[in-house]
Design a protein around this ligand. Structure first.
Ligand SMILES: [Zn+2]
Length: 95
């Protein structure tokens, strides 16, 4: 049950959820290190901080990701968001 493949699939699922979150709305930037990420299935928002490493206040992160180098969907959403933002600001892609 705990094979590498399962973990990888689980991680891919988080990536997909992260994309779904960004479709709902953009994360809010509170300051240089703090973001609020909308929840996929409720009105609540999760606080993600990035000081030395990414951290999130959701249960998934606390129970399954913390200390294992894994990111929850909220952190993945922030990383995706940064990538997209950079793409637009730094080098706009010509289609
Ligand atoms: Zn989270």
């Amino acid at each position: 049950m705990d094979s590498t493949q399962d973990i990888k699939q689980f991680s891919n699922t988080r990536e997909q959820r992260a994309r779904a979150i960004l479709e709902i709305g953009n994360p809010e930037t509170l300051d240089e290190f703090t973001y609020l990420v909308p929840s996929q299935n409720s009105d609540r928002k999760y606080r993600v901080t990035h000081i030395d490493a990414y951290s999130c206040e959701c249960e998934d992160f606390k129970r399954r990701c913390q200390g294992k180098n894994l990111y929850c969907k909220h952190i993945k959403a922030i990383i995706l968001f940064q990538r997209i933002k950079q793409k637009y600001e730094v080098k706009p892609e010509v289609e």
